[in-house]
Design a protein around this ligand. Structure first.
Ligand SMILES: *[C@@H]1O[C@H](CO)[C@@H](O)[C@H](O)[C@H]1NC(C)=O
Ligand SMILES: *[C@@H]1O[C@H](CO)[C@@H](O)[C@H](O)[C@H]1NC(C)=O
Ligand SMILES: *[C@@H]1O[C@H](CO)[C@@H](O)[C@H](O)[C@H]1NC(C)=O
Ligand SMILES: *[C@@H]1O[C@H](CO)[C@@H](O)[C@H](O)[C@H]1NC(C)=O
Length: 755
């Protein structure tokens, strides 16, 4: 059903405004952080070659145990067993003349190289490789048997033009995929990077078709991923093979004074060979739909697509395909990331719904959808062939004109985030399936998300129900470099960055030393072996304790219920503000505090309880963590007045409440006017920055009221647990008095060793 066009148009405008209001729930940090210094370098292997950088493309050949790596001016063939053993290399650098002409065109020296951007298997014997080739993209053929570039009879390299197959610029986002030996690419087609297209880039000359040059089809797209789904393999209804492209583009359907970006999924049919008169050498099946990744409870909407991983939830069944989308937000300056999942049937449903009428004139009523046959944009199924439409060339003009003018669907594909994370910008996602340890003979798997950040960290999250919980963070690099690529293998994971290729095992069970830790982490790749008293990977042992879905295995742990909390006497001076540490065992647990009286100034944070020391706040504080109805005393502190032996004035944490900053201000007065003045000035500049931020963001009329509260946006989102909001206050405190970190005190744990 459609309302008047004008109405719909205004509604979408309203939607744009509404999602500016963010309120975000605090996603707990991963329970376990493995620091770079703690990495076991026997298990975590690294590969890099002197003078070669930008290891950005990874291609795995599982049966031969080879990992192909595309870098700058070079392609490597590594052994997956041991990355550093007998690596082979192909140097594929640009000729001097290309290098010179690139520089003459005004490009920098570093850009005038051959950055390998594509490595894909063409057939059993060859890999297709494309590189930027000093702003003049080229592709070449790698013979797998000899690992050399193919040469022509005259001895020259066998090279194709890479136009439309590979971007000109090394850092340009792009995607391409080989389907049945033919390359489909989504990239820019010209030196200036202004003309984007999705095309069938190789194969028969007459079948090299592409998108129409129209902003209705593609409007400043940033391509991130593509997937080939050969649906015909497991469907009998004649539904055919399709290729999906994922990108973010500038919305044409909203009229707004700033560019509104929208994430999209587009689909083409593999059998499409273009139209006869209309849409000649153009896709006749190009349809796209908006992806929505939104948390309805908080109103947070993520509109920039960063990456998509395509997973078959049930291996072998194309119908179970799921697309894991990694998002950030245009409005939040990449401080937030989210993962949303879309199933293939949901995407198909949107693409078989009604078409969107994109008109400049808001007041014009929408046209009723014409009754066209075959359905515009549909693949040529076997039933259409039976009706005489043997291929896309035989489609009626009317159908083709309609699809040319209506590539966008009315209905978006909507999902609610599986995971939301503040203060992190994820760059890449890969998803593996782990078997669940079920007591019954029933076989089930659960997805594990592997997320790479722009600062060289790898996060692992487990999907349970409609949520994914972060369980582990691994710092992979000594410097904070972005992760460019993640490649999954049977038991390991390969990560590519500018400087290095890293191989690491998928699971690390030895990091959980007690049954409770092992089981509470709910890591599907680990379970507690009661006979060995160790957390191990399943497969090696039978009958491990683990219950990823419900966390109930904790009841079977021998150490459960016998808690031996760390007891400590904490001395602090009146008026000071301290944090009593208590960190839950897992992301699924929650902890409650028992304290002397109803104190107004307590603040329960993710890492403990923050209190102001006063006469009424003295007494015993206990932290009790509850995991699946089993509670365990984690810590017990007795707070007394005295010289702060263990206590602290300001904790080491970066999370500061307004209360603390006020207290620190008081300290500042004690210290003298100088530091007081300095602090004021800091707040002042901070405020100006925030006002500028607001001024730049497309905003609603009510934004001034937010500003007038004098609180940074991030602080508003988190309530008092603001992120970095008053980071510098820390320094004022530090100057005032040396901090004795209570956080460094031994944490009360339910450790079996203490029983
Ligand atoms: C496993 O965890 C331990 C303890 O945190 C750490 O020292 C080790 O380096 C980790 N191993 C890998 C392969 O990440
Ligand atoms: C390509 O790189 C190799 C190794 O760095 C170098 O020896 C060779 O001279 C380069 N060739 C050209 C044409 O620049
Ligand atoms: C694979 O593709 C390459 C490049 O087109 C071609 O030279 C080779 O003959 C093909 N091999 C097979 C087995 O089809
Ligand atoms: C290539 O690697 C260098 C060195 O790490 C880095 O500075 C540069 O940004 C990288 N370029 C691209 C396009 O990734």
């Amino acid at each position: 059903m459609k309302t008047a066009g004008g109405c719909a148009c205004h509604l979408s405008l309203l939607l744009c405004i509404v999602h500016v209001y963010f309120t975000l729930a605090l996603m707990p940090e991963p329970r376990i952080t493995i620091r770079y210094e703690d990495l076991d370098h026997k298990l975590v292997e690294r590969f890099s070659q002197n003078g070669i950088f930008n290891y950005s493309v990874l291609l795995l050949h599982p049966s031969s145990g080879k990992l192909y790596v595309g870098a700058k001016d070079a392609i490597f063939s590594l052994q997956t067993k041991t990355l550093t053993e007998k690596p082979l290399v192909i140097y594929w650098n640009v000729s001097d003349s290309n290098h010179v002409s690139c520089k003459n065109k005004g490009k920098r020296e570093t850009e005038c190289h051959n950055y390998i951007r594509l490595l894909q298997f063409l057939n059993e014997t060859h890999i297709y490789a494309c590189g930027t080739y000093a702003f003049d993209p080229h592709c070449a053929y790698i013979s797998l048997s000899s690992f050399t570039l193919d040469r022509l009879e005259n001895g020259e390299l066998r090279m194709d033009s890479g136009r439309g197959k590979c971007p000109f610029e090394p850092s340009q986002q792009y995607t391409a995929i080989v389907a049945d030996g033919v390359l489909y690419a989504a990239t820019v087609n010209n030196f200036l990077g202004t003309e984007s297209l999705i095309s069938r880039a190789t194969g028969k000359e007459g079948e090299r078709i592409r998108t129409e040059t129209s902003t209705l089809w593609l409007s400043e797209p940033e391509f991130v991923s593509s997937a080939f789904v050969p649906e015909s393999q497991d469907s009998s209804n004649g539904d055919v093979d399709k290729i999906y492209f994922f990108f973010t583009e500038t919305a044409k359907e909203f009229e707004f004074y700033t560019k509104v970006k929208v994430p999209r999924v587009a689909r083409i049919c593999k059998g499409d060979i273009g139209g006869l008169k209309t849409l000649q050498k153009r896709w006749t099946t190009f349809l796209k739909a908006q992806l929505v990744c939104e948390n309805l409870q908080t109103g947070a909407r993520y509109n920039i697509l960063r990456d998509v991983f395509t997973l078959q939830r049930e291996p072998g069944s194309w119908g179970s395909t799921r697309f894991y989308g990694l998002f950030t937000s245009q409005w939040e300056r990449d401080e937030v990331s989210a993962v949303c999942v879309y199933s293939l049937p949901e995407v198909s449903q949107a693409l078989s719904g009604s078409y969107k009428e994109v008109k400049r004139d808001c007041e014009k009523p929408a046209y009723p959808e014409p009754n066209l046959h075959p359905r515009p944009g549909a693949c040529i199924t076997s039933s259409l062939v039976a009706e005489g439409f043997s291929n896309s060339l035989s489609l009626p003009d009317k159908v083709l004109t309609f699809v040319r003018d209506h590539p966008l669907m009315e209905q978006p594909v909507v999902a609610r985030p599986l995971l939301e994370k503040m203060g992190t910008k994820y760059t890449k996602i890969a998803v593996s399936l782990a078997p669940l340890h079920l007591p019954s003979s029933e076989f089930k798997t659960t997805p594990i998300l592997h997320l790479g950040t722009d600062r060289g960290k790898l996060h692992r999250a487990v999907e349970v129900g409609d949520r994914a919980m972060l369980i582990e963070e691994t710092v992979l690099f000594s410097s904070e470099e972005p992760i460019h690529n993640i490649q999954l293998d049977q038991d390991s994971l390969y990560v590519g960055s500018s400087s290095t290729v890293v191989k690491l095992p998928l699971a690390n069970c030895s990091q959980y030393s007690s049954c409770q830790d092992c089981v509470l982490a709910r890591d599907p790749l680990c379970g507690w072996d009661t006979s060995q008293s160790a957390c191990v990977q399943p497969g090696k042992s039978q009958g491990l304790l683990q219950d990823v879905e419900h966390g109930e295995a904790i009841k079977l742990c021998p150490d459960t219920g016998r808690c031996d909390p760390e007891r400590a006497v904490v001395k602090a001076i009146l008026g000071s503000r301290i944090v009593l540490p208590c960190v839950p065992h897992s992301s699924w647990s929650h902890c409650v505090w028992k304290f002397p009286k109803d104190l107004p100034a307590v603040n329960q944070r993710a890492d403990g309880l923050e209190i102001t020391v006063s006469q009424s706040s003295l007494g015993v504080y206990s932290c009790i963590c509850v995991e699946n109805k089993i509670s365990c005393d984690r810590a017990s502190y007795t707070l007394e007045v005295g010289d702060p032996t263990m206590g602290a004035l300001c904790s080491s944490s970066r999370n500061y409440t307004v209360g603390i900053s006020f207290f620190c201000l008081l300290l500042g007065v004690l210290l003298g006017a100088a530091s007081f003045w300095g602090f004021k000035r800091f707040r002042g500049t901070k405020q100006t920055q925030i006002e500028q931020r607001y001024a730049e963001t497309p905003n609603s009329p009510s934004s001034p009221s937010i500003m007038s509260e004098g609180m940074p946006l991030t602080e508003k989102k988190n309530g008092l647990n603001g992120h970095n909001a008053y980071a510098n206050v820390n320094e004022v405190c530090d100057d005032a008095r040396p901090i004795m970190k209570l956080a460094g005190a031994p944490l009360a744990r339910c450790d079996e060793s203490s029983i």
